[in-house]
Structures are given as C-alpha cells and as structure tokens.
Design a protein around this ligand. Structure first.
Ligand SMILES: Cc1ncc(COP(=O)(O)O)c(C=O)c1O
Length: 410
C-alpha cells in the first residue's frame, strides 16, 4: 500500500518513561513544515491553512458574550444542550428534506474532535480505515495514533476531454475502493465536498457506498464540513438525504468554515440513535462538554446565520474567480480547474513532482506566498499544491501575482 510522502517524525527529546510508538511515529504535518518556516513573518501571504480571513460575525460573538454575562460558565450537557441539539436537528431536517431526530445529534468540540471520538470508538490496533484521498491529513493521523492502518484510496483524475460538470476533474471509483476493504476494515472515511480538490461525491455514489456499508457492516464516516460551501445550490449532496437512522453512518460537521468559527472549536455529528450514549461517554472522557457559552453562540449561528452563510459563499466565489482567471495562464501550472465546492485551488506545477514540499518551502522563502504541498494530502499528489482562496480579493490577487513571478523563474 503506498504511503503518503512524509516528513520524518519530529526529533523528540528522550522521554522519562514509555510513550506509545504509534504516537511518536506520526509525521509532522507537511503543511506545518511549510508554515513554520515563516512564523511571524508578516511579509508572507499565508494561504496554507483551511481558514478564511473573515472574522466571526458580531451577532454570534454577542450571543457568546451575553451567555458569559448570564453565568453560562459551568459544566454542561456532554452531548450538547437540548436547545442546540434541537436546533441542529431542525436545521438538517429542513436542509436535507428528511426528518433527523434529536436523538441522532451530538455536539462535539469541532469537526476534528468528532472524527477523533468516532475513530476512538472504532479502531483497535491492527484495524484499518479506508481513506479516500487526496484529503485533509488529520483523519489518517488519528487512525495511526490509535494503532490502526490508514489505507488510502486515491480519487482518479478525469481526463480533460471527459470533463462535463464534474467538479474539479476528480472522480471516485467505488468498486476499486470496495476492493480495498478486508476483514479488519472498520470504516470508510470520505470527505465531500473535498479538501483539497473541491470534488463532490454524487448522490448515486453515496447510494452505492451506503449499500456496501450496510451489506458489510462497515462504518462510513462522512466528513461534510464543507457541505454548505457550494457555488451552485444550497448544499452539496449529503449522506443525510439517504441514511436511515440505523445505518452504519456518521456524518461529521463543523461551525468552523461556513460560520467563520474556526477558533471556537464546535461542531456536531449525526449518528445512529443507539450510539448517543456511547458518544456521550467518550466526550466525557475527552473534554466533558463543549463550553456552554460557545453552544449558545452556535445555536444563534444556526438560527440566524443563513444570510451570513450565503455571504461567505459569495465572498469565496469572488476570490475563486480571481484566482482562476489568472492561475491557468501562469507558466508551468497544469491541471487546474475551479472547484464547485470548498474554498481551495488545487493545481499541479510541472517539473516539481520530485520536490513538492521543498518547492512549497521555496515559495515561502522566495515568493513570500504560502501554499500547502499536495503530498500533505495522501499519495498521488506529488507536484500538486493547495491554495486557500477564502480571502479578500486583493489578497488572492497579490498572491497569484507573486506565484506567477516565481514560476517565471522556474
Ligand atoms: C475536510 C475537513 N474536515 C474537518 C476539518 C476540521 O474542522 P474543525 O476541527 O475546525 O471543525 C477540516 C478543517 O480544515 C477540514 O478541512
């Protein structure tokens, strides 16, 4: 099984006592290996992380401030306040046109923590999870930290001549993914809309994955944190449009992206009802609960946030168009198509496939623009780069100009 090109694990000092090798063996994230070289350097335009420059809107901040003033500073419900769970259940039932009961909803301390909690429930040492890639790197690290095997399945590139409406030019071969599952496969992790490619899993393939999961008793973890960051329509196709309550499916979501709340650390999962108590226990052992004032703000974000969610999409659309007006014409840039969803440009730079990380680091040092190396996202993305365009138009315009100058010299 191919491994992601990796940065060696950090050189830890000698520990005073035993630490699990599954944990010490985890590589430094390649995105950090790029961003760390420019820590505090204001002359660099940092487009390496998956974050917009839009601050959390005032109406959400005010809800947290009001909650703090009202004394919402104590331990709270481990699976989330009844109010917030009710609000989330209603929001999703309306969005996906299917009743989603409150017993299937648990609030988590971010999308990341939802993923960690779920894998903690599923992976024993020696088990594996199939991870469709390229993908945001943290899921694979979690599986490894738990002693499991992150088994990648690469999306295929769609040849330009065959590209119709398929976003970003990627597609999933479901049969080939199924063939990677064995008796120790506990989960299939699929992130759609996808970070970094913008690929969107179509409804017919959701149905195929779902029927395979039912048949084989393998969990699907569907990371849908970019579900609202779509440039056409209200939401991307979701597992929630098709799952029955008892299906082996978890849907992970987050307030980070569409509500501009990355630093708040709050998200939610949808799961079979019988999983709620178990998840509540695991939340208790990890962090007890999400802070109550954060949950009040999250509740207001959902109840009053629709206009803001739409503004975020418009904001990203404008920057996406600026980037894709210029990017395809830059020297050495190949394979670059505007995504239908998420807020990333994922593109190849010819002639850099044997030094992707080094080239991303060179761009920081010499061009003062920070992008993430494709090799951070699993195997098969050598020579690819991810640029987060969820920024002001002038920021992305200048970033692409700098990139162009650097590529002239390549
Ligand atoms: C695909 C994907 N899933 C999950 C997350 C986690 O988001 P958070 O932990 O901020 O909720 C991210 C963040 O970049 C992401 O890109």
């Amino acid at each position: 099984m191919p491994e992601a090109a990796s940065v060696a694990p950090p050189e830890y000092g000698a520990f005073p006592a035993y630490v699990r090798p599954a944990v010490t063996g985890i590589e430094t994230q390649q995105i950090l290996a790029v961003s760390q070289i420019a820590l505090g350097d204001k002359s660099v335009i940092p487009l390496w992380y998956g974050e917009s420059d839009v601050p959390t809107p005032d109406f959400i901040c005010k809800a947290a401030q009001d909650a703090l003033s009202a004394g919402e500073t104590f331990y709270s419900h481990k699976r989330g306040t009844p109010e917030l769970r009710e609000t989330l259940a209603g929001y999703m039932s309306d969005l996906y046109g299917r009743e989603i009961g409150v017993d299937r909803v648990s609030v988590t301390a971010s999308g990341m923590s939802g993923i960690m909690l779920l894998f903690q429930c599923l992976i024993d040492p020696g088990d594996n999870a199939i991870i469709a890639c390229p993908v945001w790197p943290n899921a694979q690290s979690v599986v490894r930290a738990l002693g499991g095997e992150a088994r990648f399945h690469s999306l295929d590139r769609v040849p330009p001549a065959e590209r119709g409406d398929e976003g970003g030019g990627w597609r999933l071969d479901v049969e080939a993914l199924k063939a990677k599952c064995d008796a120790r496969t506990r989960a299939i992790f699929v992130n759609s809309p996808n970070n970094p490619t913008g690929w969107v899993l179509p409804a017919d393939q959701i149905a195929e994955l779902l029927s395979f999961a039912r048949e084989r008793g393998i969990w699907i973890i569907a990371d849908e944190v970019y579900g609202r960051m779509v440039y056409d329509g209200r939401a991307a196709p979701s597992f929630l449009e098709q799952v029955e309550p008892d299906d082996p499916v978890f849907v992970v979501n987050s307030f980070s992206k569409s509500w501009a709340m990355t630093g708040w650390r709050v998200g939610w999962t949808v799961h079979p009802p019988q999983f709620g108590e178990l998840l509540g226990n695991m939340i208790e052992f990890n962090y007890s609960c999400v802070p109550p004032f954060v949950m009040q703000a999250a509740d207001v974000a959902i109840r009053e946030g629709e206009p803001f969610v739409r503004r975020m999409v418009d904001y990203c659309r404008e920057s996406r168009d600026i980037v894709f007006d210029a990017l395809p014409g830059l020297p050495h840039v190949a394979d670059c198509a505007p995504p239908d969803a998420s807020f990333y440009a994922f593109f190849r730079i010819d002639g850099t496939q044997d030094r992707t990380l080094a080239f991303a680091q060179q761009l920081v040092r010499e061009a003062k623009v920070g992008v993430a190396p494709g090799t951070a996202f699993g195997p098969g993305a050598e020579g690819w780069y991810r640029l987060c365009f969820a920024q002001k138009p002038e920021t992305v315009r200048e970033a692409v100009r700098r990139l162009g100058e650097a590529l002239e010299r390549l």
